[in-house]
Design a protein around this ligand. Structure first.
Ligand code: ATP
Length: 356
């Protein structure tokens, strides 16, 4: 099922939770709604589900206006951060619940329910827990059961609101890989709310970046990561260094150094900020005349495959975070306090023409 929202606006009193949001969710894809707390992700999900009504705008399911359709008629399955499994029912009965409450004409037979629940529990790889009660499960197991329960009624849309948010980091990582594999098998159109950029980039086919009730960017994980449309997106998708300076006719001057920024050929003396990811910096020991930004190594943290370096520019005291392979770090024998030179291999400059 395709989902489209058109010009959705939602106010809570004077507060604008969603500001004229328009978006498409392709059939069979997994879309991550990503953004900081309070940006409107959950509100948008609830509006798609029919649990909340927009002040204006439309929700289209398979190109049909669904605005007047009740939650039950939208064929959506939900999984929330705080799963609402019934504590007094076994895992089996929890998964069977949605089938048992169907109207008499649609309700499957007891034998069909038994087979279906068994299949779903196998799908989420927890068939051995069928007779347990929710308090006897781990958090990760409960979320997998919640997912099996949501899938039992064969939803045409699956809405997941921070489904792994309450779990510890290791379990989260396992479950998101598992969710991706499950999605690859089932291909149910799914929307996944998260504020964790790593989770969104790893799991989703399409990422929607939201900020203060607006959509900042939509694209594949690679597109949004490699070509951020705004400083907000750049900053939200991982660590980033910012070099402040001025841009004039394709050259950016920052501190004592200048970089060619051919994208900005036409810019006349304007304020600009260059964004550079820590792993996009080339680092060498300083030698007189070396080109690049001269820095002092303040601190190095070398564990596992990567060494993380905290650097301080000698020209303007701005701090820079850099990452290099631990192998190269050991090879260079870098010491704290040493003078180095860094060159951005890739940078992205945002110019503010209003700020001349
Ligand atoms: P989080 O990641 O913290 O869940 P979110 O991006 O999902 O955030 P929403 O839950 O959609 O954000 O909320 C968006 C904004 O609307 C928040 O500032 C929230 O306080 C506000 N809000 C949400 N529901 C209501 C409500 N029923 N009444 C008043 N304000 C609300």
């Amino acid at each position: 099922m395709t989902i489209e929202v058109r010009n959705i606006h939602k106010q809570f009193g004077a507060f604008t939770a969603l500001n004229n949001v328009s978006l498409s969710f392709p059939a069979g894809e997994l879309t991550a709604l990503l953004g900081p707390s309070g940006c409107g992700k959950t509100t948008l999900l609830r509006i798609i589900a029919g649990l909340e009504h927009p002040d204006s705008g439309q929700v289209l399911l398979d190109a049909q206006d669904a605005s007047a359709r009740h939650v039950r008629e939208r064929q959506v399955g939900f999984v929330f951060q705080h799963y609402a499994l019934f504590k007094h029912m076994t895992v089996f009965e929890n998964v069977a619940f949605g089938l048992r409450v169907k109207s008499r004409s649609e309700r499957p037979s007891e034998e069909q329910i038994r087979r279906k629940v068994k299949d779903l529990l196998e799908l989420v790889q927890l068939d051995w827990l069928a007779d347990r009660y929710p308090p006897q499960l781990s958090g990760g197991q409960r979320q997998r059961i919640a997912l099996a329960r949501a899938l039992a009624v064969e939803p045409r849309v699956l809405l997941l609101d921070e489904p792994f948010g309450a779990l510890d980091a290791k379990v989260r990582k396992e479950l998101r890989r598992w969710l991706r594999r499950l999605h690859d098998d089932l291909h149910v159109t799914s929307i996944f709310v998260t504020h964790d950029q790593e989770e969104a980039l790893e799991v989703a086919d399409q990422v929607v970046l939201m900020n203060k009730g607006n959509v900042e960017q939509i694209g594949s994980p690679a597109e949004v990561y490699n070509h951020p449309a705004s400083p907000f997106v750049y900053g939200f998708l991982g660590n980033v260094n910012m070099f402040h300076g001025r841009v004039h006719e394709g050259v950016m001057a920052t501190g004592d150094v200048s970089f060619d920024v051919p994208d900005h050929d036409g810019v006349q003396d304007s304020k600009g900020i260059a964004y550079v990811r820590p792993h996009d910096l080339e680092i060498d020991r300083y030698t007189p005349g070396a080109e690049g930004i001269v820095v002092k190594l303040r601190r190095a943290h070398a564990i596992g495959p990567l060494a993380q370096l905290d650097l301080e520019r000698t020209d303007n005291a701005e701090l820079i975070e850099a990452v290099m392979s631990n192998e190269r770090f050991s090879h260079l024998h870098l010491k704290e306090g040493e003078t180095l030179v860094v060159r951005p291999k890739r940078l992205h400059v945002f110019v503010d023409p209003a700020e001349v």
